[in-house]
Unconditional design. Structure first.
Ligand SMILES: C[S@@+](CC[C@H](N)C(=O)[O-])C[C@H]1O[C@@H](n2cnc3c(N)ncnc32)[C@H](O)[C@@H]1O
Length: 245
């Protein structure tokens, strides 16, 4: 029996496989946390499929099964608010959004910081009403729309970067934002951008008022969360900034 064969057999043992997977996750986390900027961090996450879903590069929370209930509530809210244009930033791979029936004539802008994600979305999903752009929600000006959808994104940003993204929204002409939030979280831990933690937007350092509407989001095998709806004026007041009129 050769040494190589023996090593191979050892690597296949469930306990050893678990240990190797855990070491690999730690290596990825260190590499992401040490990234020089958010684009590098999220490009690593994309290329190595760090969030680990076979269906969506945006992770388990973005599969069709995970978003089934949310998709229905979201489509109903668009009708209620009379939304005619959406900035979906970040859009990730557009896996679940492709099944949302937007009212005819609605302009959709999908944006993400990872160039390769946007190239792929353009090739597969672009249409006259659907545009995909590379955009950093932290550092770039946001295009104006009726609604900024920001699902499962601020949970991956440091508190300072999440505050910058909200400030960019305040500086845009967009009326509403619909953002992932976890009202049950008492304290917003800080993280290096690229890692993950839950965010409660009504707690410090964000201190947004209670959302005017909440949609429930119940991904499979993950903690349930909500998407809160706020106006630009409400976010501006919480951040102590004058909204663009
Ligand atoms: C967990 S996925 C969620 C994607 C999508 N909202 C969804 O619900 O499927 C997070 C996405 O945020 C993107 N992202 C992270 N930081 C960003 C930033 N500063 N600007 C734009 N996109 C960003 C990542 O590349 C990734 O595609």
């Amino acid at each position: 029996m050769s040494i190589r064969f023996l090593l191979d057999q050892i690597r296949r043992l469930p306990v050893v496989r678990r240990q190797l997977r855990s070491l690999e996750k730690k290596r990825q986390r260190r590499q992401i946390a040490a990234s020089p900027d958010p684009k590098t961090a999220f490009t690593i996450i994309y290329r190595e499929n760090v969030w680990g879903s076979r269906e969506s590069i945006s992770g388990n929370g973005s599969t069709l099964a995970s978003t089934e209930a949310f998709r229905a509530e979201f489509a109903a809210l668009l009708g209620e608010l009379g939304v005619r244009s959406i900035l979906d930033a970040p859009c990730g791979d557009f896996n679940w959004m492709r099944l949302v029936a937007l009212p005819s004539g609605t302009r959709y802008i999908g944006a993400d910081i990872v160039d390769e994600i946007i190239t792929r979305c353009r090739a597969r999903h672009a249409s006259p009403e659907r545009e995909f752009v590379v955009l950093d929600i932290i550092r770039d000006d946001h295009p104006t729309a009726d609604l900024w959808l920001c699902r499962d994104a601020l949970i991956h940003l440091s508190n300072a970067d999440a505050l910058s993204a909200l400030t960019r929204f305040v500086g845009s002409g967009t009326k509403f934002c619909l953002i992932t939030t976890r009202p049950d979280v008492a304290r917003n831990r800080d993280i290096p951008t690229g890692l993950t933690r839950p965010v409660n937007l009504t707690a410090a350092p964000f201190l947004l008022p209670p959302p005017r509407r909440m949609l429930s989001d119940r991904p499979v095998r993950e903690r349930p969360r909500m998407l809160g709806l706020w106006t630009r004026q409400e976010v501006a007041a919480a951040l102590g900034r004058a909204p663009r009129s």
